[in-house]
Ligand binder design. Structure first.
Ligand SMILES: NC(=O)c1ccc[n+]([C@@H]2O[C@H](COP(=O)([O-])OP(=O)(O)OC[C@H]3O[C@@H](n4cnc5c(N)ncnc54)[C@H](OP(=O)(O)O)[C@@H]3O)[C@@H](O)[C@H]2O)c1
Length: 229
């Protein structure tokens, strides 16, 4: 059984990743920035016969990140797979020419800088053969045409892709793989009701990256296949 931690897992794709990994019998830690919502999610899974652990974690709080690392170390001794799933998209993020500072700062901090800080902190307890999975988006692509939607969100995901490549390089010496992925356009609070995919479908590639034998590193994936950055 692998010890696997998922950020932002009280709802949406993160919750579904936890559910699918728990069904596979993995030792899964569901984290959430709101303890009541996190415990609600844990109880929902318990009602389905799935036992998962809970740790409180707001990924933008350096103190909570270090407390979470300590707790995982004490309770499990190591972390085999870190899944950086949390993300935000502001409704006011409509024009790259007009988005205000607060939206820019919150989006870049939560979507790009926080996963970097979370990975820096957890790297110390991830053993050789461990994995880091980073939830990116096609919106961050540097090769697809610009879609024009939520530009600051898309920039944050481009930054997250660059961070993924540098983390993969830096962690290769320790034998830890680091990969980004796009879940597709998924029906969640963030993706909206018009999205064609279910959360279950959106979670699939993350679950595959977490459990497949000997994954490559420094790549971005969609539908279990490598795609261009
Ligand atoms: N849905 C799509 O179509 C789509 C497409 C491409 C990529 N993605 C990516 O997939 C990931 C999951 O998205 P989703 O669609 O499942 O969105 P969602 O339903 O809105 O869920 C987002 C999750 O992130 C959590 N979160 C936000 N800020 C956080 C913070 N500071 N600390 C800890 N948790 C935080 C939220 O917690 P609260 O409940 O407390 O707010 C929630 O659990 C995101 O990275 C998103 O960018 C989604």
């Amino acid at each position: 059984m692998k010890v696997i931690l998922v950020t932002g897992a009280n709802r949406g794709i993160g919750f579904e990743i936890v559910r699918q990994l728990a069904r596979l019998g993995e030792n899964v830690i569901l984290t959430a920035r709101d303890s009541a919502k996190g415990m609600g999610a844990v109880e929902k899974l318990a009602s389905e016969g799935l036992k998962v652990h809970f740790i409180h974690l707001d990924i933008t709080s350096r103190q909570q990140i270090f407390e979470a690392v300590d707790e995982v170390k004490q309770r499990f001794g190591k972390l085999d797979v870190l899944i950086n799933n949390s993300g935000i998209m502001h409704k006011q993020d409509r024009s790259i020419l007009q988005t205000d500072d607060a939206v820019i700062s919150d989006t870049l901090s939560t979507n790009a800088l926080a996963p970097l800080k979370v990975t820096q902190a957890f790297a110390s307890i991830i053993p050789r053969g461990g994995r880091v999975i980073i939830m990116s988006s096609d919106g961050g692509s540097m090769s697809n045409p610009i879609g024009g939607w939520s530009p600051v969100y898309c920039v944050s995901k481009s930054m997250l892709n660059a961070i993924t490549r540098h983390l993969a390089y830096a962690l290769s010496e320790k034998g830890i793989s680091v990969n980004a992925m796009c879940p597709g356009w998924v029906k969640t609070d963030l993706g909206g009701s018009g999205a064609p995919l279910t959360a279950e479908q959106g979670a699939d590639t993350a679950v595959w990256l977490a459990t497949t034998d000997k994954p490559e590193s420094g790549k971005i994936w969609r539908n279990r296949k490598k795609i261009p950055w």
